[in-house]
Design a protein around this ligand. Structure first.
Ligand code: NAD
Ligand code: HJL
Length: 231
């Protein structure tokens, strides 16, 4: 499905929060869409549309500006995401998909990621594991890194794969951890949609309080987008 056009005032609004051209450390953007009650889906395993088509276009614009896009196992299992870039039909500019798969529950075989990669519509995924599997799949790259070692993981993605910017798209478990690792996150970009998802929804709520800095808001047709820094 094609995207609606990018709202013309979004590039200027987003510019200060996008990765710089040159940086010695990987630039980490944490981004997701949430309801008014801070839920990101109706329930575990349920893919839920929250954002307006114009902020979906913004997400693809953000993907266009990043070298890698990371999601947790829960999101890979629930959403079977494509994680490519449809902005400007620039699928060759798609970020490298990065899947945390320490549990081994998610399978590349039969996934949307496999379909897109084989069609040349997405990049080769990097699967993060605690040890190499016995039945290695040659269509993916494996990165060995122990669970919850975020700093080491981002460093390896930078040094071993040359990824200078990584966009983290969720889900809740991953987001809650990174909100508590404020020194690792360079930009936070949250879309808020006009919906409540209720108490069975999967909520974003970090373990402790967090005061954001350099906050700016954009108002779209039905969503708002907040950009901020954590440090
Ligand atoms: N609205 C949005 O923007 C958005 C974005 C992404 C996902 N979602 C939704 O979120 C839900 C999934 O969220 P979730 O919290 O269940 O799953 P998740 O995607 O956060 O994955 C959690 C799992 O990933 C692994 N993991 C997490 N952190 C790790 C680490 N540091 N090292 C190694 N492994 C790690 C663990 O297996 C953990 O159980 C789905 O329903 C999905 O539709 C919504
Ligand atoms: N911007 C945004 N608005 C939403 O309403 C929503 N549910 C997501 N969810 C993000 C989540 O990570 C999804 O899994 C990927 O957005 C799917 O990616 P694809 O479109 O398949 O490439 N993101």
């Amino acid at each position: 499905m094609s995207l609606v056009p990018l709202k013309p005032d979004l590039p200027v609004f987003l510019r200060p929060y996008l990765p710089p051209d040159n940086d010695s450390k990987p630039f980490i953007t944490l981004t997701y869409a949430q309801s008014l009650d801070s839920r990101i889906s109706k329930g575990h395993g349920i893919r839920t549309t929250i954002s307006h088509p114009e902020t979906k276009t913004m997400t693809h614009y953000l993907r266009y500006h990043h070298d890698g896009i990371l999601v947790g196992t829960g999101t890979a299992l629930a959403d079977d995401p494509g994680l490519n870039c449809k902005y400007n039909d620039a699928m060759d500019q798609s970020p490298r998909p990065i899947i945390l798969n320490h549990s081994g529950k998610w399978k590349f075989n039969g996934s949307k990621l496999q379909e897109l990669y084989e069609k040349g519509h997405g990049k080769k995924p990097i699967i993060v594991v605690s040890e190499l599997p016995v039945d290695e799949d040659s269509s993916v790259d494996y990165l060995v890194c122990q669970s919850r070692q975020w700093s080491i993981l981002f460093d390896k993605l930078h040094k071993e794969y040359g990824l200078k910017s990584i966009m983290v798209e969720g889900g809740a478990n991953v987001i809650n951890q990174l909100l508590m690792s404020s020194n690792l996150v360079n930009s936070l970009i949250i879309t808020v949609g006009p919906v409540y998802l209720g108490e069975k929804g999967v909520s974003v709520s970090p373990a402790g309080p967090l005061q954001l800095k350099d906050v700016d808001w954009w108002k779209g047709t039905s969503d708002v987008v907040m950009c901020a820094r954590l440090h």
